[in-house]
Write a protein that binds this ligand. Structure first.
Ligand code: NAD
Length: 473
């Protein structure tokens, strides 16, 4: 296992010699010790990225595109090994990891080409005697900070867009899940010039905060919790850095009385428990029409009870553990408090009796709109179901939440689907589905789910500065 930071094309231990233990969540056993960086390591990485910026940003879009397509080739060639690492470090079942590996390979291909398609207004004589044109210039060094739920996938979102348009990057993976990011750095050692991509491992406070505060970092891009997002926005405000925030979610699933209940249940069985519910867009907050509610709860309870949970290396396993003991306590706490407040747990409702950080697939009903379990991100295999009287209330309840990342509407009435799609204050709205994402379309939040988009050409916009050049003649 790799253990060191990756700075200026070389692996090196943390300057102060500190390390963090990394654990396999399926067993609770330590699998390695990885550099725990401080401000000094961050500074070395930022200096390397700043030194690499002039040459990388001066390359033509085609040159950068060719290099990034090589990155995509190498990632694709090493998917099997990267999947194994992710399974061991995050507890992802081997049976589900193909999906995210396929997505992230496609993301690399998309970003590699997308850097050639920046756009802007036509050059022209908007004032007599002058020609105006716009440029989209790279910003400089981007400090990228990734979460633990999809370590390599999120590293792709943190690296692809900024690199494609000529920025250089210092990436801090989560202290819980550094391995695939470090292996990616090693695989790309001969592909990306030294300093273009640097990895600094370590904790949010000790390594993340100095990265955000560093005067030579031009922009910070974080995917993580709302709490971390607020801290990043505050720390970045001192130097007025640009901030890109992809934060938490609490996705409503609005099931109208005319919906295909079996299809909704099948979707939730696949997607609410995918990655053990540790997904910012996971369908977790069902708002069901009062006519279908009881049938829906019965079918969902059966479906949740049939999810095969256990050893992530077993091909038959559908759901693995939560990522850490802290996450297990967090999820247990939410469900226990909901039960104490009077909610009915129709299935699950507790940890599994085994080693590792397993929690049972759970369904919680009879919950109030204002209750903690409806309002806060649980980030575990837990679905709440509320019975709703009408369309207006369904929309109001869906929007009555601090988060605004993703939502779905299930109905056979096209007019109602369009009314809901317009009214929902979420960055993605699916109609009669929940979860598919594609490289060409934006992903990002409204409200406290953050700002700035990942994926699509819109992601690239955020990593460039728009410049007006006006020539007098
Ligand atoms: P987290 O906020 O605890 O940590 C995310 C990263 O930020 C880690 O690398 C951590 O070390 C770092 N960090 C924490 N505090 C920081 C600070 N004050 N300054 C700088 N860096 C700091 O999040 P997590 O628990 O790793 O990930 C789960 C969260 O991520 C969930 O809320 C989930 O919804 C969110 N998420 C969002 C998206 C999205 O696209 N919107 C995607 C995946 C995950």
């Amino acid at each position: 296992m790799l253990t060191d930071n990756y700075i200026n094309g070389k692996f090196q231990p943390a300057i102060e010699g500190a390390t963090d233990q990394v654990v396999n969540p399926a067993t609770g056993k330590v699998i390695g010790d990885v550099a725990s960086s401080s401000a000094a390591d961050v500074d070395a990485a930022v200096q390397a990225a700043a030194a690499a910026f002039p040459e990388w940003s001066a390359k033509t879009p085609r040159e950068r595109s060719e290099i990034l397509h090589k990155v995509a080739d190498i990632v694709e060639e090493n998917v099997a090994e990267l999947s194994e690492l992710e399974c061991e470090n995050v507890g992802k079942p081997v049976s589900i990891i193909e999906f995210e590996m396929d997505q992230l390979c496609d993301n690399w291909r998309f970003f590699a080409s997308a850097g050639r398609f920046l756009d802007g207004k036509a050059a022209g004589e908007y004032l007599e005697g002058y020609t105006s044109m716009v440029r989209r210039d790279p910003i400089g060094v981007v400090g990228s900070i990734a979460p633990w739920n999809y370590p390599l996938f999120m590293a792709t979102w943190k690296l692809g867009p900024p690199l494609a348009v000529g920025n250089t990057v210092v990436l801090k993976p989560s202290e819980l899940t550094p391995y695939t990011t470090l292996r990616l750095a090693e695989l790309l050692q001969d592909v990306l010039p030294p300093g273009v991509f640097n990895v600094v491992c370590g904790q949010g406070q000790a390594a993340g905060v100095p990265l955000v505060q560093h005067p030579d970092v031009a922009m910070v891009s974080l995917t993580g919790s709302v709490a971390a997002g607020k801290s990043v926005a505050q720390e970045a405000s001192d130097s007025l850095k640009r901030v890109h925030l992809e934060l938490g979610g609490k996705a409503p699933v609005i099931v109208f009385d005319d919906a295909d209940v079996e299809a909704v249940v099948a979707n939730l069985r696949d997607n609410s428990f995918y990655n053990t519910g540790q997904d910012c867009t996971a369908p977790c907050r069902v708002i069901a029409g009062s006519k279908v509610h009881d049938d829906f709860v019965a079918q969902l309870t059966d479906a949740a009870g049939s999810v095969v949970t256990g050893d992530p290396t077993d091909e038959d396993t559908e759901m693995g553990p939560l990522v850490s003991d802290v996450q297990l306590d967090r999820v247990s706490g939410y469900v226990d408090r909901a039960a104490e407040a009077g909610a009915e747990i129709t299935i699950g409702g507790g940890p599994r009796d085994s080693e590792g950080y397993f929690y049972q697939p759970s369904v919680v009903v009879g919950v109030d709109q204002a209750s903690e379990i409806v309002q806060r991100e649980v980030f575990g295999p837990v679905i709440t179901v509320q019975a709703v009287p009408d369309e207006e209330t369904a929309l109001a309840w869906a929007n009555d939440c601090d988060y605004g990342l993703a939502a779905s509407v299930w109905t056979n009435d096209v007019g109602r689907a369009m009314r809901m799609a317009r009214g929902l204050r979420f960055g993605t709205v699916w109609v009669n589905d929940h979860i598919p994402i594609i490289s060409e379309m934006p992903h990002g939040g409204f409200k406290q789910s953050g700002y700035g988009k990942d994926m699509s050409l819109y992601a690239l916009d955020h990593y460039t500065e728009l410049k007006h050049v006006m020539v007098k003649h």
